[in-house]
Design a binder for this molecule. Structure first.
Ligand SMILES: [Zn+2]
Length: 131
């Protein structure tokens, strides 16, 4: 646990990228974190932007299967980053254009009972509520 606590302190001490930081226009924001508390460093890779560059060079290795965007059904309000991408898809706009027309994000819909289990990140952050 000491290493985990140290890893949490390292991450809290610096500006880290987050899957919902909305700092890029990638459709799917995802990051990779390699944390080594024994050298006091976190190595972050912004995989979404890296994949976007790969897709430009090797389009034959990427495909997008289209379906109708679903209505938000999360317990908490929809993250702005996801809302911008949903608006982008619904209106055929770029993510940058969607940011400019975005209003209030769809509200969360709390469930009647409390979940029994949570999916936690290596840093103890609740990623999903299960059950
Ligand atoms: Zn990106």
């Amino acid at each position: 646990m000491l290493a985990l606590e140290q890893a949490i302190r390292i991450i809290e001490a610096q500006d880290t990228w987050d899957v919902n930081d909305d700092l890029c226009d990638c459709t799917y924001q995802f990051m990779s974190y390699y944390n080594n508390p024994y050298i006091g460093e976190t190595y972050e890779v912004r995989l979404c932007c890296l994949y976007a560059e790969f897709e430009k060079q090797y389009p034959q290795f990427f495909k997008r299967v289209q379906i109708e965007p679903a209505e938000w059904n999360g317990e908490s309000d929809m993250p702005r980053s996801i809302y911008h991408r949903q608006l982008s898809k619904l209106h055929g706009l770029s993510v940058s254009e969607a940011r400019m027309i975005a209003g209030e994000t769809p509200r969360g819909k709390p469930r009647a009972s409390k979940p029994q289990m949570w999916l936690l990140s290596p840093w103890g952050e609740v990623l999903a509520e299960l059950g």
